[in-house]
Design a protein around this ligand. Sequence first.
Ligand SMILES: Cc1cc2nc3c(=O)[nH]c(=O)nc-3n(C[C@H](O)[C@H](O)[C@H](O)COP(=O)(O)OP(=O)(O)OC[C@H]3O[C@@H](n4cnc5c(N)ncnc54)[C@H](O)[C@@H]3O)c2cc1C
Length: 424
Amino acid sequence: MHQNWARNLTYSARELVRPTSLEQLAEVLTGDEPVRALGSRHSFNDVADTHGVHVQVDALDDGRPAVDPLTPDGESTGVVSVNAGLRYGEVSRGLHATGRGLGNLASLPHISIAGAVATATHGSGDANQSLASSVVGLELMTPNGELRRLTRDEHPDVFGGCVVSLGALGVVTRVELLTVPTYAVRQDVAAHVPWDAFVSDFDAITGSAYSVSAFTSWDEPDVRHVWFKSLAGADGGNRPDVPASVRSWAGAPVHPLPGVDPAACTEQLGVAGPWNDRLSHFRLEFTPSAGDEIQSEYLFPRRKLGAAVEAMRAISATVGPLLQTSEIRTIAPDDLWLSPFDEPSVGFHFTWLSRPAEVLAVLPDVERALMPLGARPHWGKVSTVDARDQAELYPRFADFRQLADRLDPEGRLRGGLVGRLLAD
Ligand SMILES: Cc1cc2nc3c(=O)[nH]c(=O)nc-3n(C[C@H](O)[C@H](O)[C@H](O)COP(=O)(O)OP(=O)(O)OC[C@H]3O[C@@H](n4cnc5c(N)ncnc54)[C@H](O)[C@@H]3O)c2cc1C
């Protein structure tokens, strides 16, 4: 029996296989048993679960380089085709070395590309969409063993349903990512921003840098830290031009979790470096976050920020004692069917202490505070929202169900949360 990264979940899968060829993958997919793709196991809920066989594609060799810049007719397209099981950290280093970059990263580089995009994983930034939005094509093996290449340009009718797929459509073997020229970023951390000013100056604060994250436990008198990740340019850049309410700057590196050694964090104090060494909060070589934790996150329309902060502050005495930290981020909208970001959005993320029963008991309070504001739970984190209610939060869910029925007519890819979402 294997477990997820945080070890708060033991998968029901009977077996875990790592095919090394497309033929081996087809053999697993065309068997009789239920089957699911598994990424780097960083989800906190059972979105990846199955009673049958788990398949990881990180060792798959399809005869092409694991990171393959697409150059039809010898022309660079800026698109790179990567083995879907590679971790962002592995791909990013190679990209930077060849002068390319990705638009954004999540808080950690340890997650697999296919697993991250399947759950609409995101970083922060007013103009930054979720990581799934950089996907312009993918190769998917369906349960009948057929390998299809789907691209945004050639399959506009279904592509929006194929990226944030929750693993319900097949096993993704390659992902095509749109890259940009590599760039430098600096990280400056502000401390103790008063709550009132944080809300009233929110647009100025989050608009002052490429990617902004705020950390709090809601019961503190102010917002503990605000991390500004700014484009640095060749001269190393400057501290962001922030509103007057942001007055004090951290004089030493900090960790998102109070009191934890910041050695695991990417470099701060305004030292410029490559995008891939600054946009994630955590370094690839270290354990990200706490390790011993449970995570939840709710994504809601940005226009509801004030009401959402007020609602969370009202329950801070219940929530605060169970929290290691909470993070506030902004995300730009996209057109993917199961993306929670159909308008400019904000995410309230919760890193809880590893006390499952207490966390499950407090989540309904958080959900009563945020769901009426249009929140949607993160696909890969813990919530108590019923799967059918969660499906109803997505106007294109019926289209997604049709696509899943077409590609997986026997329903062999329906375990865990995906089984509940697609139940008749
Ligand atoms: C410490 C920590 C920090 C995090 N930070 C962030 C963050 O900053 N932002 C954020 O949004 N989320 C964050 N997450 C959540 C995480 O990004 C998501 O749970 C993500 O899905 C994990 O990717 P994974 O590769 O581990 O996928 P898994 O958890 O292994 O699987 C997730 C889903 O992807 C599917 N899948 C995996 N591989 C394939 C494939 N090859 N083909 C088809 N489907 C596939 C699975 O079937 C499943 O449905 C964090 C998680 C942790 C543990």
